[in-house]
Design a protein around this ligand. Structure first.
Ligand code: HXC
Length: 262
């Protein structure tokens, strides 16, 4: 499939491969427009439906993961345009619906919608060049794709308020300390580290990977008692899988497990 504003490819040669999406509007620092977001939604759905794909990586360029929504396009919009068409954000629910793990490999700017996109991913691996921020306040608006909601959950109210109200950027080290980022690596190693993590995930049992993701996401959306009950039910259900037998038999026999369920 050929896209206009993203590039896609499959990496790896195991039974399960990694689907890579590269945001590709280099002149605009990968500013998010409707074409890019529609293409991203389509590519993620295609990888999610592909039984040979076990994990997905989203990345940008060395200079920018994404510098936010396209300000040139937004400058012309009025209320009814944004309300009726749900521009830019209309694929956010698609991203949320992806069942396989999605890793953001972030170098350079991840601002506004770019930071919000990274926060939609399950694991954020940052290059030491990464810079995160929600600078919408400087444009007379506020974050519109979860920035005021996911950022406090990730980094706490104090830092979220600081970032959203001042529009300042934080570097990769601060983002890691604050809990926004899973790991920080040298820029030259970013994609290798992201692919190694993805390949690692590809080797596990598909149902346990998808259910683990579902359970961690539940932690954000339900009270502790309900989340724990949900986790317990899912945990029990995994004892109905062949891969649970394989994983545990392999441990007891001191051999590498060969998971089959994708
Ligand atoms: C459109 C953008 C852009 C954006 C950069 N560009 N960000 N175009 N939308 N968000 C374009 C510039 O206009 C410029 O094009 C080229 O990319 C390079 O940018 P420069 O500014 O020359 O680069 P630099 O000096 O290195 O500064 C980089 C930057 C700055 C700090 C990232 O570009 C910047 O502040 N961008 C805006 C960031 C922002 O406010 N994001 C939030 C947007 S609102 P030309 O043609 O001049 O070379 C948002 C709301 C989300 O995201 C709502 C829901 C999704």
């Amino acid at each position: 499939m050929t896209y206009e504003n993203i590039l896609t490819e499959l990496r790896g040669n195991g039974p399960l491969r990694t689907g890579l999406v590269t945001l590709h509007r280099p002149k605009q620092l990968n500013a998010l427009n409707d074409t890019l977001m529609d293409e991203l939604g389509a590519a993620l759905k295609a990888f999610d439906a592909d039984d040979t794909v076990g994990c997905i990586v989203i990345t940008g360029s060395e200079k920018a993961f994404a510098a936010g929504a396209d300000i040139g396009a937004m400058a012309k919009w009025g209320y009814m345009d944004v309300y009726k068409s749900d521009y830019i954000t209309r694929n956010w629910e698609t991203i949320r619906s992806i069942r396989k793990p999605v890793i953001a490999a972030v170098a350079g700017f991840a601002l506004g919608g770019g930071c919000e996109l990274a926060m939609m991913c399950d694991i954020v691996i940052a290059a030491d060049t990464a810079k995160f921020g929600q600078p919408e306040i400087k444009l007379g608006i506020i974050p519109g794709a979860g920035g005021t909601q996911r950022l406090p959950r990730a980094v706490g109210k104090a830092k979220a308020m600081d970032l959203v109200l001042t529009g300042r950027m934080m570097d990769a080290a601060e983002a890691e300390r604050a809990g926004l980022v899973s790991r920080v690596v040298p820029a030259a190693e970013l994609l290798d580290v992201a692919f190694a993590a993805a390949q690692n995930i590809c080797e596990f049992s598909g149902p346990s990977v998808m259910m683990a993701k579902e359970c961690v996401n539940r932690a954000y959306e339900s009270p502790l008692s309900e989340g724990v009950t949900f986790e317990r039910r899912v945990f029990h259900s995994l004892f109905a899988t062949e891969d649970q037998k394989e994983g545990m038999d392999a441990f007891v026999a001191k051999r590498k497990p060969a998971f089959k369920q994708r």
